[in-house]
Design a protein around this ligand. Structure first.
Ligand SMILES: Nc1nc2c(c(=O)[nH]1)N[C@H]1C(S)=C(S)[C@@H](COP(=O)(O)O)O[C@H]1N2
Ligand SMILES: [Mo]
Length: 364
Protein backbone atom coordinates (compact mmCIF):
# COMPACT_ATOMS: atom_id res chain seq x y z
CA UNK A 1 0.00 0.00 0.00
CA UNK A 2 1.18 3.53 -0.74
CA UNK A 3 2.01 5.77 2.18
CA UNK A 4 -1.05 7.77 3.10
CA UNK A 5 0.37 11.12 2.03
CA UNK A 6 0.80 9.87 -1.52
CA UNK A 7 -2.44 7.96 -1.83
CA UNK A 8 -5.50 9.72 -3.21
CA UNK A 9 -7.90 10.72 -0.44
CA UNK A 10 -10.78 8.53 -1.65
CA UNK A 11 -10.72 4.81 -2.36
CA UNK A 12 -13.06 4.33 -5.30
CA UNK A 13 -15.58 1.55 -5.83
CA UNK A 14 -16.58 2.82 -9.27
CA UNK A 15 -15.29 5.69 -11.41
CA UNK A 16 -18.39 6.43 -13.53
CA UNK A 17 -20.52 6.96 -11.64
CA UNK A 18 -17.95 8.20 -9.14
CA UNK A 19 -18.36 6.38 -5.83
CA UNK A 20 -15.79 6.23 -3.09
CA UNK A 21 -14.89 6.98 0.48
CA UNK A 22 -11.87 7.73 2.65
CA UNK A 23 -9.70 5.28 4.56
CA UNK A 24 -11.20 4.89 8.03
CA UNK A 25 -8.14 6.25 9.78
CA UNK A 26 -8.44 9.45 7.79
CA UNK A 27 -12.22 9.61 8.10
CA UNK A 28 -12.04 10.45 11.79
CA UNK A 29 -8.98 12.69 11.81
CA UNK A 30 -11.15 15.69 12.50
CA UNK A 31 -14.69 16.56 13.54
CA UNK A 32 -15.32 18.32 10.22
CA UNK A 33 -14.44 16.13 7.27
CA UNK A 34 -12.16 17.97 4.82
CA UNK A 35 -13.85 18.00 1.41
CA UNK A 36 -11.27 15.75 -0.29
CA UNK A 37 -12.02 13.05 2.32
CA UNK A 38 -15.81 13.36 2.19
CA UNK A 39 -17.37 10.24 0.65
CA UNK A 40 -18.94 10.62 -2.78
CA UNK A 41 -22.11 8.79 -3.75
CA UNK A 42 -23.40 9.29 -7.28
CA UNK A 43 -25.96 7.38 -9.31
CA UNK A 44 -24.92 8.95 -12.61
CA UNK A 45 -22.24 11.15 -14.12
CA UNK A 46 -21.44 14.36 -12.24
CA UNK A 47 -23.04 17.26 -14.14
CA UNK A 48 -20.95 20.41 -14.51
CA UNK A 49 -23.50 23.17 -14.25
CA UNK A 50 -22.72 26.75 -15.23
CA UNK A 51 -23.44 29.19 -12.40
CA UNK A 52 -24.37 31.95 -14.85
CA UNK A 53 -27.24 30.05 -16.46
CA UNK A 54 -28.34 28.05 -13.42
CA UNK A 55 -32.01 28.36 -12.39
CA UNK A 56 -33.87 26.96 -9.42
CA UNK A 57 -37.63 26.48 -9.84
CA UNK A 58 -40.14 26.18 -7.02
CA UNK A 59 -43.57 24.98 -8.13
CA UNK A 60 -46.51 22.71 -7.29
CA UNK A 61 -48.92 23.57 -4.50
CA UNK A 62 -47.73 27.15 -4.06
CA UNK A 63 -49.38 30.54 -4.48
CA UNK A 64 -46.45 31.96 -6.40
CA UNK A 65 -44.04 29.71 -8.30
CA UNK A 66 -40.42 30.92 -8.12
CA UNK A 67 -37.75 31.00 -10.81
CA UNK A 68 -34.45 32.01 -9.25
CA UNK A 69 -30.89 32.56 -10.39
CA UNK A 70 -27.97 32.22 -7.98
CA UNK A 71 -27.85 36.03 -7.80
CA UNK A 72 -31.57 36.11 -6.86
CA UNK A 73 -30.95 33.62 -4.07
CA UNK A 74 -28.06 35.65 -2.77
CA UNK A 75 -29.99 38.91 -2.93
CA UNK A 76 -33.22 37.71 -1.30
CA UNK A 77 -32.38 35.07 1.27
CA UNK A 78 -30.40 34.90 4.49
CA UNK A 79 -27.33 32.67 4.26
CA UNK A 80 -27.00 30.36 7.26
CA UNK A 81 -24.64 27.65 8.41
CA UNK A 82 -25.65 24.25 9.72
CA UNK A 83 -23.08 21.66 10.73
CA UNK A 84 -24.42 18.24 9.83
CA UNK A 85 -23.29 14.68 9.24
CA UNK A 86 -24.42 13.03 6.01
CA UNK A 87 -24.58 9.26 5.97
CA UNK A 88 -25.47 7.06 3.04
CA UNK A 89 -28.19 4.50 3.73
CA UNK A 90 -25.73 1.92 2.39
CA UNK A 91 -23.05 2.73 4.99
CA UNK A 92 -21.68 -0.55 6.49
CA UNK A 93 -23.36 -2.68 3.82
CA UNK A 94 -20.27 -4.87 3.35
CA UNK A 95 -20.75 -6.47 6.78
CA UNK A 96 -24.24 -7.61 5.77
CA UNK A 97 -22.77 -9.47 2.82
CA UNK A 98 -21.13 -11.83 5.32
CA UNK A 99 -24.59 -13.35 5.79
CA UNK A 100 -25.76 -13.43 2.19
CA UNK A 101 -24.71 -11.72 -1.02
CA UNK A 102 -26.25 -8.34 -1.86
CA UNK A 103 -26.26 -7.94 -5.61
CA UNK A 104 -25.86 -4.70 -7.51
CA UNK A 105 -25.09 -2.44 -4.55
CA UNK A 106 -21.86 -0.79 -3.43
CA UNK A 107 -20.21 -2.81 -0.62
CA UNK A 108 -19.52 0.20 1.61
CA UNK A 109 -17.56 -0.24 4.79
CA UNK A 110 -18.21 2.31 7.55
CA UNK A 111 -16.78 5.14 5.40
CA UNK A 112 -19.95 6.35 3.63
CA UNK A 113 -20.30 9.18 6.10
CA UNK A 114 -18.91 12.65 6.64
CA UNK A 115 -19.51 15.85 8.56
CA UNK A 116 -19.39 19.35 7.12
CA UNK A 117 -20.47 22.84 7.96
CA UNK A 118 -22.93 23.60 5.19
CA UNK A 119 -23.74 27.14 4.22
CA UNK A 120 -26.93 27.93 2.38
CA UNK A 121 -30.44 29.28 2.23
CA UNK A 122 -33.09 27.82 4.55
CA UNK A 123 -35.63 25.91 2.44
CA UNK A 124 -38.35 27.25 4.77
CA UNK A 125 -37.58 30.81 3.62
CA UNK A 126 -38.15 29.96 -0.05
CA UNK A 127 -41.32 28.05 0.79
CA UNK A 128 -42.58 31.01 2.81
CA UNK A 129 -42.03 33.26 -0.21
CA UNK A 130 -43.76 30.87 -2.58
CA UNK A 131 -46.69 30.43 -0.18
CA UNK A 132 -47.51 26.79 0.52
CA UNK A 133 -51.16 25.98 -0.31
CA UNK A 134 -53.58 23.80 1.65
CA UNK A 135 -53.27 20.11 0.82
CA UNK A 136 -49.48 20.18 0.64
CA UNK A 137 -47.79 17.38 2.57
CA UNK A 138 -44.47 16.73 0.87
CA UNK A 139 -41.68 18.69 -0.73
CA UNK A 140 -39.95 16.95 -3.66
CA UNK A 141 -36.47 17.74 -4.98
CA UNK A 142 -35.30 16.99 -8.50
CA UNK A 143 -31.64 16.88 -9.45
CA UNK A 144 -30.15 17.95 -12.77
CA UNK A 145 -28.19 14.74 -13.25
CA UNK A 146 -29.11 12.30 -16.01
CA UNK A 147 -29.01 8.70 -14.89
CA UNK A 148 -29.49 5.65 -17.06
CA UNK A 149 -31.93 3.52 -15.17
CA UNK A 150 -33.73 0.55 -16.69
CA UNK A 151 -33.46 1.81 -20.25
CA UNK A 152 -34.52 5.37 -19.52
CA UNK A 153 -32.63 8.53 -18.59
CA UNK A 154 -33.93 10.04 -15.36
CA UNK A 155 -32.79 12.59 -12.79
CA UNK A 156 -32.19 11.71 -9.15
CA UNK A 157 -35.06 12.83 -6.93
CA UNK A 158 -36.41 12.53 -3.40
CA UNK A 159 -38.85 14.17 -1.04
CA UNK A 160 -39.31 14.95 2.63
CA UNK A 161 -42.45 15.73 4.58
CA UNK A 162 -43.59 19.34 4.59
CA UNK A 163 -42.88 19.41 8.33
CA UNK A 164 -39.24 18.44 7.82
CA UNK A 165 -38.96 20.79 4.83
CA UNK A 166 -40.02 23.70 7.04
CA UNK A 167 -37.55 22.81 9.81
CA UNK A 168 -34.78 25.37 10.19
CA UNK A 169 -31.94 22.87 9.71
CA UNK A 170 -32.87 22.02 6.10
CA UNK A 171 -30.70 24.08 3.75
CA UNK A 172 -30.17 24.67 0.08
CA UNK A 173 -26.41 24.65 0.39
CA UNK A 174 -23.83 26.32 -1.82
CA UNK A 175 -20.85 26.07 0.51
CA UNK A 176 -19.18 23.20 2.34
CA UNK A 177 -16.73 23.91 5.17
CA UNK A 178 -16.65 27.55 4.09
CA UNK A 179 -15.65 26.81 0.49
CA UNK A 180 -17.83 26.86 -2.61
CA UNK A 181 -19.53 23.49 -3.09
CA UNK A 182 -17.59 21.25 -5.49
CA UNK A 183 -19.14 19.67 -8.58
CA UNK A 184 -18.99 16.21 -7.04
CA UNK A 185 -20.88 17.33 -3.96
CA UNK A 186 -23.65 19.08 -5.89
CA UNK A 187 -22.58 22.52 -7.17
CA UNK A 188 -23.97 25.02 -7.51
CA UNK A 189 -26.75 24.10 -5.07
CA UNK A 190 -27.76 20.99 -3.15
CA UNK A 191 -30.27 20.13 -0.49
CA UNK A 192 -28.94 19.20 2.96
CA UNK A 193 -31.44 17.34 5.13
CA UNK A 194 -29.73 16.79 8.50
CA UNK A 195 -30.76 13.62 10.33
CA UNK A 196 -32.06 11.82 7.24
CA UNK A 197 -30.32 9.33 4.97
CA UNK A 198 -28.00 10.96 2.44
CA UNK A 199 -30.33 10.16 -0.44
CA UNK A 200 -32.69 12.95 0.66
CA UNK A 201 -29.94 15.53 0.24
CA UNK A 202 -30.39 15.96 -3.50
CA UNK A 203 -27.37 17.37 -5.33
CA UNK A 204 -27.45 19.64 -8.43
CA UNK A 205 -30.89 20.78 -7.33
CA UNK A 206 -33.03 21.93 -10.25
CA UNK A 207 -36.58 21.94 -8.97
CA UNK A 208 -38.49 21.98 -5.70
CA UNK A 209 -42.11 20.81 -5.98
CA UNK A 210 -44.64 21.14 -3.19
CA UNK A 211 -47.15 18.32 -3.48
CA UNK A 212 -49.69 16.15 -1.68
CA UNK A 213 -47.76 12.88 -2.23
CA UNK A 214 -44.13 11.75 -1.74
CA UNK A 215 -41.71 11.93 -4.68
CA UNK A 216 -42.51 9.41 -7.39
CA UNK A 217 -38.88 9.52 -8.57
CA UNK A 218 -37.46 6.00 -8.91
CA UNK A 219 -34.93 6.59 -6.15
CA UNK A 220 -37.55 7.42 -3.59
CA UNK A 221 -40.53 5.42 -4.82
CA UNK A 222 -38.53 2.26 -5.48
CA UNK A 223 -34.87 2.24 -4.55
CA UNK A 224 -34.42 3.38 -0.96
CA UNK A 225 -36.87 1.09 0.85
CA UNK A 226 -36.45 -0.99 3.97
CA UNK A 227 -37.47 -4.65 4.01
CA UNK A 228 -37.59 -7.24 6.81
CA UNK A 229 -34.76 -9.82 6.91
CA UNK A 230 -36.92 -12.56 5.37
CA UNK A 231 -38.05 -10.57 2.33
CA UNK A 232 -36.35 -11.40 -0.99
CA UNK A 233 -36.37 -9.45 -4.27
CA UNK A 234 -38.96 -11.95 -5.49
CA UNK A 235 -41.35 -11.49 -2.56
CA UNK A 236 -40.78 -7.75 -2.07
CA UNK A 237 -43.88 -5.54 -2.08
CA UNK A 238 -42.23 -2.25 -3.00
CA UNK A 239 -45.23 -0.08 -2.34
CA UNK A 240 -45.82 -1.52 1.13
CA UNK A 241 -42.18 -1.32 2.23
CA UNK A 242 -41.24 1.45 4.61
CA UNK A 243 -39.47 4.47 3.20
CA UNK A 244 -36.04 5.13 4.64
CA UNK A 245 -35.84 8.43 6.40
CA UNK A 246 -34.18 9.21 9.75
CA UNK A 247 -30.89 7.45 10.39
CA UNK A 248 -30.81 5.09 13.40
CA UNK A 249 -28.26 5.16 16.22
CA UNK A 250 -25.00 3.80 14.88
CA UNK A 251 -21.31 3.59 15.73
CA UNK A 252 -18.14 2.26 14.15
CA UNK A 253 -14.57 1.53 15.16
CA UNK A 254 -12.28 3.22 12.65
CA UNK A 255 -8.87 2.78 14.26
CA UNK A 256 -7.45 0.04 16.47
CA UNK A 257 -3.82 0.70 17.29
CA UNK A 258 -1.96 -1.70 19.53
CA UNK A 259 0.61 -0.40 22.02
CA UNK A 260 2.37 -1.69 25.11
CA UNK A 261 2.85 -0.04 28.44
CA UNK A 262 5.32 -1.82 30.67
CA UNK A 263 4.36 -5.43 30.36
CA UNK A 264 0.78 -4.96 29.40
CA UNK A 265 -0.62 -4.72 25.93
CA UNK A 266 -3.25 -2.22 25.02
CA UNK A 267 -5.25 -1.15 22.04
CA UNK A 268 -6.31 2.41 21.30
CA UNK A 269 -9.73 2.46 19.67
CA UNK A 270 -11.19 5.46 17.87
CA UNK A 271 -14.38 5.89 15.92
CA UNK A 272 -17.63 7.72 15.44
CA UNK A 273 -21.18 7.47 16.79
CA UNK A 274 -24.33 9.20 15.64
CA UNK A 275 -28.09 9.20 15.80
CA UNK A 276 -30.92 10.93 13.99
CA UNK A 277 -30.13 14.25 15.62
CA UNK A 278 -33.34 14.23 17.65
CA UNK A 279 -31.45 13.29 20.80
CA UNK A 280 -27.77 13.66 21.77
CA UNK A 281 -25.56 10.61 22.05
CA UNK A 282 -25.30 9.47 25.66
CA UNK A 283 -22.74 6.71 25.66
CA UNK A 284 -20.41 4.66 23.51
CA UNK A 285 -19.14 1.34 24.85
CA UNK A 286 -16.67 -1.24 23.61
CA UNK A 287 -16.40 -4.92 24.33
CA UNK A 288 -13.59 -7.41 23.78
CA UNK A 289 -15.56 -10.50 24.80
CA UNK A 290 -18.60 -10.50 22.56
CA UNK A 291 -20.74 -8.30 24.75
CA UNK A 292 -20.32 -9.82 28.24
CA UNK A 293 -18.38 -6.85 29.53
CA UNK A 294 -18.55 -3.33 28.19
CA UNK A 295 -16.19 -0.43 28.86
CA UNK A 296 -17.25 3.16 28.23
CA UNK A 297 -15.40 5.27 25.67
CA UNK A 298 -14.65 9.00 25.96
CA UNK A 299 -16.35 11.43 23.64
CA UNK A 300 -14.12 13.99 22.00
CA UNK A 301 -15.38 17.47 22.92
CA UNK A 302 -16.77 18.74 19.62
CA UNK A 303 -20.46 18.31 19.06
CA UNK A 304 -23.40 19.91 17.30
CA UNK A 305 -27.09 18.95 17.13
CA UNK A 306 -26.98 17.20 13.72
CA UNK A 307 -23.54 15.65 13.83
CA UNK A 308 -21.63 12.58 14.78
CA UNK A 309 -19.52 12.42 17.93
CA UNK A 310 -16.01 11.13 17.69
CA UNK A 311 -14.86 8.92 20.55
CA UNK A 312 -11.79 7.05 21.74
CA UNK A 313 -10.76 4.64 24.45
CA UNK A 314 -7.97 2.30 25.47
CA UNK A 315 -8.58 -1.35 26.24
CA UNK A 316 -6.17 -3.77 27.93
CA UNK A 317 -5.93 -6.56 25.40
CA UNK A 318 -3.69 -9.57 25.13
CA UNK A 319 -5.08 -10.76 21.83
CA UNK A 320 -5.19 -8.73 18.61
CA UNK A 321 -8.05 -6.28 18.29
CA UNK A 322 -10.01 -8.26 15.71
CA UNK A 323 -13.41 -8.95 17.18
CA UNK A 324 -13.60 -5.91 19.44
CA UNK A 325 -17.08 -4.38 19.08
CA UNK A 326 -18.74 -1.04 19.72
CA UNK A 327 -22.28 0.08 20.46
CA UNK A 328 -23.78 3.50 21.14
CA UNK A 329 -26.88 4.80 22.87
CA UNK A 330 -28.64 8.15 22.76
CA UNK A 331 -30.40 9.97 25.60
CA UNK A 332 -33.74 8.45 24.49
CA UNK A 333 -32.12 5.05 25.20
CA UNK A 334 -32.20 4.15 21.53
CA UNK A 335 -29.40 1.75 20.83
CA UNK A 336 -28.16 -0.80 18.29
CA UNK A 337 -28.97 -4.40 17.42
CA UNK A 338 -26.49 -7.01 18.49
CA UNK A 339 -26.72 -9.10 15.36
CA UNK A 340 -26.33 -8.47 11.68
CA UNK A 341 -29.12 -11.00 11.09
CA UNK A 342 -31.62 -8.76 12.87
CA UNK A 343 -30.92 -5.83 10.59
CA UNK A 344 -30.23 -7.73 7.37
CA UNK A 345 -32.28 -6.64 4.36
CA UNK A 346 -31.69 -7.59 0.76
CA UNK A 347 -30.84 -4.04 -0.30
CA UNK A 348 -28.35 -3.72 2.53
CA UNK A 349 -29.58 -0.45 4.02
CA UNK A 350 -29.12 1.08 7.47
CA UNK A 351 -26.90 -1.54 9.03
CA UNK A 352 -26.65 -0.44 12.65
CA UNK A 353 -25.71 -3.72 14.31
CA UNK A 354 -22.83 -3.59 16.81
CA UNK A 355 -19.77 -2.87 14.73
CA UNK A 356 -17.12 -5.55 15.03
CA UNK A 357 -13.61 -4.45 14.11
CA UNK A 358 -11.66 -6.46 11.56
CA UNK A 359 -8.14 -5.49 10.63
CA UNK A 360 -8.59 -5.50 6.85
CA UNK A 361 -11.47 -3.11 7.13
CA UNK A 362 -9.53 -0.66 9.27
CA UNK A 363 -6.69 -0.66 6.80
CA UNK A 364 -8.76 -0.18 3.70
N1 LIG B 1 -28.77 14.53 -7.80
C1 LIG B 1 -28.28 13.57 -6.98
N2 LIG B 1 -28.32 13.78 -5.65
C2 LIG B 1 -27.84 12.84 -4.81
C3 LIG B 1 -27.34 11.62 -5.30
C4 LIG B 1 -27.29 11.42 -6.70
O1 LIG B 1 -26.82 10.40 -7.22
N3 LIG B 1 -27.78 12.43 -7.51
N4 LIG B 1 -26.92 10.65 -4.39
C5 LIG B 1 -27.53 10.74 -3.06
C6 LIG B 1 -26.99 9.82 -2.09
S1 LIG B 1 -27.54 8.22 -2.16
C7 LIG B 1 -26.17 10.25 -1.08
S2 LIG B 1 -25.67 9.20 0.14
C8 LIG B 1 -25.68 11.65 -1.04
C9 LIG B 1 -24.17 11.67 -1.05
O2 LIG B 1 -23.68 12.99 -1.02
P1 LIG B 1 -22.13 13.26 -1.28
O3 LIG B 1 -21.75 12.61 -2.58
O4 LIG B 1 -21.98 14.72 -1.27
O5 LIG B 1 -21.40 12.61 -0.14
O6 LIG B 1 -26.14 12.42 -2.14
C10 LIG B 1 -27.46 12.16 -2.51
N5 LIG B 1 -27.88 13.11 -3.49
MO1 LIG C 1 -26.86 7.15 -0.26
Amino acid sequence: MLPTDQAPPLVLYTTDPLNGGPRLEELIQSFLTPEPFFFVRNHGTVPRLLPATYRLYVDGLVQQPLDLSLADLQAHYAHKTVTATLQCAGNRRSELTQLAPIAGEIPWGPEAIGTASWGGYPLADLLADAGVLAGANHVAFTGLDQIEQRGAVIPFGASVSLTKALSPEVLLANTMNGMPLSHTHGAPLRVVVPGYIGARSVKWLGRITVQDHPSSNYYQAHAYRRFAPDVTPETADWEAASVLEAVPVNAAICVAREFSQGRSKWVLLRGYALGSGLAPMEQVEVTADGGHHWAPARFLPEQAPWTWRLWETELALEADPNGVAVRARDTLQQTQSESLAAVWNFKGYLNNAWHVFHRQEGER
